[in-house]
Ligand binder design. Structure first.
Ligand SMILES: Cc1cc2nc3c(=O)[nH]c(=O)nc-3n(C[C@H](O)[C@H](O)[C@H](O)COP(=O)(O)O)c2cc1C
Length: 414
């Protein structure tokens, strides 16, 4: 049986280790993790989710407090349609984060940015356009379009000088979604450089309904590969979702995938942006602690730990400070759910909202613990100390385990 190290991902003449660490917002797949993966010769992702907010934490800017100050008078109002981002600031924050990360890059690998269409920011086209263009300006190696069909996203950057040189790809969960994307963009004469096929066991938002368990990644990858063959397309296919061991990964590479995208195994590395206490929650999780629910205001199902502190919390919507999920009309499903509970419990000091969560605030504070299906196996990837805590891993250790392991084995840290 072959190992991952027997394969390489080829972009033209460039050869890479066929391991991609997927985007994890908000700043979970941070610059430190992405830089380490690039140093090791793979592809690391930073995320463009909530970058003005991330920038305040990382670089001492004050975008959030300035925005809140500007819209303070609106805080008690349920109408958020007037709460807008400054496009200039969104661009500035993106340029700074991407620019600093790219400057620090060492080694032969690449760094991509994960851009979610569902971050609609009360002006979907304009804000996505600003984010994509600023990332290209700042020298990002590539962009992975995610959380949405992105039928118009290539069009937003078609006149950018780097449109044909940066690596551009999309995440899909079916051959049908890929077909739609390709048809919509045929006029641009610019195919994606890669396609990530994400199955139902992934972390974050899912491209499936609550019947996700009926689907499986090998079948969907097979369908996408067959479609590529039928249409004589040679776009590298990257399999993602539930690939837990090097042997799992090698099986997809043997099936014809050009690389694998993984994330869950890296959530418990020292480099990963989650707080250490949350990393211990991921280690401790059992299978029964993980659920796929509809709490995200985006409308997509999302996988998370049932013990996430953000579940059921009835905090006041924080759109004047954040507002990343406001749709084109300034609405968010959490605001409606929150207002309904306030009306039901007049005068109550504290309310609970059971059906939706304020994802901006809770992801920003690491209080929604989104995770992959196999999070419950993380405890088998490390050693446990006498006090019951699990030892964090280095990203290099996990990367090398994917690269060299065989027979379903997982190497424990030394
Ligand atoms: C904590 C966490 C956060 C994630 N956030 C995002 C995200 O912001 N955008 C995205 O496209 N995918 C996101 N994902 C999905 C990963 O990029 C990746 O494709 C998937 O989780 C791979 O499956 P695995 O976790 O089983 O290895 C997230 C995954 C995890 C575990």
């Amino acid at each position: 049986m072959k190992r991952v190290d027997d394969f390489r991902l080829r972009f033209g003449r460039q050869e890479l280790v066929p391991i991609v660490v997927g985007g994890m917002g908000v700043d979970i797949s941070n610059a430190e993790l992405a830089l380490e993966i690039a140093r090791l010769g793979g592809i690391g992702h930073i995320s463009d989710a909530m970058l003005p907010t991330v920038s305040d934490r990382r670089y001492d800017t004050n975008y959030v407090s300035q925005k809140l100050k500007k819209y303070k008078a609106n805080v008690a109002s349920s109408d958020k349609s007037q709460v807008h981002f400054s496009l200039g600031e969104v661009e500035e924050a993106t340029r700074q984060h991407v620019g600093r990360t790219m400057e620090a890059k060492r080694g032969d690998g690449l760094i991509f940015i994960n851009c979610m269409e569902k971050l609609t920011m009360n002006a979907p086209r304009e804000t996505l356009r600003a984010r994509l263009r600023a990332a290209l300006d700042a020298g990002i190696d590539g962009i992975t379009l995610s959380a949405g069909l992105h039928l118009g996203s290539f069009g937003l950057i078609e006149d950018h000088p780097r449109f044909r040189d940066a690596k551009l790809g999309i995440i899909v969960s079916s051959a049908r979604a890929l077909g739609m994307f390709l048809r919509k963009n045929a006029r641009l004469d610019r195919l994606p450089d890669f396609v990530v096929v994400e199955g139902p066991l992934a972390g974050g938002h899912l491209g499936f309904g609550l019947d996700w368990a009926k689907y499986d990644l090998p079948t969907i990858v097979g369908e996408v590969l067959a479609m590529m063959k039928a249409e004589e397309l040679k776009i590298p296919v990257i399999a993602a979702g539930g690939i837990f061991t090097g042997s799992d990964a090698a099986a997809f590479l043997e099936q014809g995938a050009a690389a694998v995208q993984v994330a869950t195994r890296f959530t418990v590395t020292a480099e990963c942006g989650l707080p250490d206490k949350v990393k211990q929650e991921y280690f401790r999780a059992s299978e029964a602690d993980i659920e796929v629910n509809l709490l995200s205001p985006t409308g997509y199902p999302m996988r998370m730990l049932k013990g996430s502190p953000g579940i059921g919390a009835g905090i006041r919507p924080n759109c004047e400070a954040y507002g990343y999920l406001l749709d084109a009309n300034g609405r968010c499903a959490y605001i409606d759910a929150y207002n309904r509970e306030v009306e039901r419990h007049p005068g109550a000091k504290k309310i609970s909202v059971a059906d939706k969560t304020c994802l901006c605030t809770h992801m920003r504070n690491f209080d929604i613990w989104t995770c992959g299906h196999y999070t419950y196996r993380l405890k088998d990837t490390t050693r446990r100390a006498a006090d019951g805590s699990y030892a964090l891993l280095s990203a290099e250790h996990v990367f090398r385990d994917y690269l060299f392991s065989s027979n379903g084995q997982i190497a424990l840290p030394g």
